[in-house]
Design a protein around this ligand. Structure first.
Ligand code: TXA
Ligand code: MG
Length: 343
């Protein structure tokens, strides 16, 4: 049975945190909120716990996990060496939604790194995550707490829907803040490269490390090998998602034409819609799930995965959405997740 422990996100009950921490120390599986999405935690140095975690999520073994630590110093035993860049980045962005990929130490089990010579590490800022890590005093491997191929969970109810009966505890600390997974930055090769865009964007990283680049992992090839979990098919809801790209006018026109054509063929359509498009969409025989205003990408990021799950529950034949066109540090990450959902 999965137990749900409800805590105040700002000031979590230490008794409940202690219970969840004990469970982790004993090899259990505990879902908890981070500032990005809910994670499914297990003792990163306990192979059996890690194997249970992969089973619970139905996650392929070639998809490496992110190890969560309470403080920068807790990362030192997990890596081969601590590059200057890691220190500088952590000083600026930790705790927070930045994951660093570094050369690993032999202490980290192969199950965590999927056999790679690197390990991904992050220091989350959410008070519940921090309280749990501080209390458990172990590094905690935590992928997003969804079933593999389902959208990442941004509420405890999403975790419950996917993993009830498969894990020991869900610490419910309310909805997460950012709503998209952390930025994954590879610091293990010659040139630092973003493997997954997130709330810490390219410009913010370049302010600390000027030579950071973006690498497109979605296309496969070398980077797909470097980060096997970042294959395109990763964030998809069950219903096919069709992404119409381009500037607002173009993409909306394409989306509306597509919706009419599909409705004409008898398909039932859900549209994931920006507030700005609602008037135009009213004329169509579609069900609309609102994403919020395109002018507020932070709010869209917070809501995106919940909206994808809502669309999924409508049981439509297709979910249509257009690309986000506003310039904002989060827009690249949102567009990345829309593309993955649609792939
Ligand atoms: O925001 C987040 O990062 C959330 C919260 C729970 O912290 N976690 C998360 O974990 O999104 P997950 O497992 O869903 O995604 C981690 C991604 C994987 O797709 C994997 O490919 C990449 O990080 N990754 C992990 N270890 C890696 C490594 N050694 N080298 C390259 N990529 C790695
Ligand atoms: Mg995930």
């Amino acid at each position: 049975m999965t137990e749900v422990l409800r805590v105040d996100p700002a000031d979590p009950d230490q008794k409940l945190i202690a219970r969840a921490a004990e469970c982790l120390r004993a090899g259990g599986l505990v879902a908890f909120p981070t500032e990005t999405v809910y994670g499914l935690g297990a003792d990163a140095l306990n192979r059996q716990a890690i194997q249970r975690l992969f089973t619970a999520k139905e996650r392929p073994a070639n998809d490496p996990l992110i190890v969560h630590v309470a403080a920068f110093d807790d990362m030192v035993p997990l890596v081969a060496d601590v590059p200057r860049a890691a220190r500088d980045l952590a000083a600026r962005f930790w705790p927070g939604p930045l994951t660093m990929v570094l050369r690993r130490s032999p202490r980290v089990p192969d199950e965590v790194t999927a056999g790679l010579e690197t390990v991904a590490i992050r220091g989350p800022s959410h008070p519940v995550a921090r309280a749990l890590l501080e209390r458990a005093r172990i590094p905690v491997a935590a992928p997003s707490a969804n079933l593999f191929s389902r959208p990442s969970p941004t509420r405890a109810s999403h975790v419950f829907a996917d993993l009830d009966g498969r894990i020991d505890i869900i610490v419910d600390g309310g909805p997460t803040d950012v709503g998209l997974e952390s930025t994954v930055l590879d610091l293990s090769s010659d040139r630092p490269a973003i493997l997954r865009p997130g709330a810490v964007d390219l410009h913010a990283l370049q302010a600390v490390l000027p030579d950071v680049t973006t690498r497109h992992v979605a296309t496969g090839g070398d980077m797909a090998m470097r980060s096997p979990g970042l294959q395109t098919k990763h964030y998809s809801p069950r219903t096919p998602v069709i992404l119409h790209e381009g500037d607002r006018e173009t993409a909306l026109r394409l989306l509306m034409r597509d919706a009419r054509a599909r409705a004409g063929r008898g398909e039932s359509i859900a549209v994931l819609a920006y507030a700005e498009d609602l008037d135009e969409l009213r004329s169509l025989p579609v069900r609309v799930v609102e994403l919020g205003s395109e002018d507020e990408p932070a709010a869209i990021a917070t809501r995106l995965y919940a909206a994808l799950r809502e669309c999924d529950e409508l049981g439509a034949d297709a979910i249509l959405v257009r690309s986000i066109t506003t310039a904002h540090p989060l827009s690249g990450a949102i567009q990345d997740r829309l593309r993955r959902a649609a792939s």
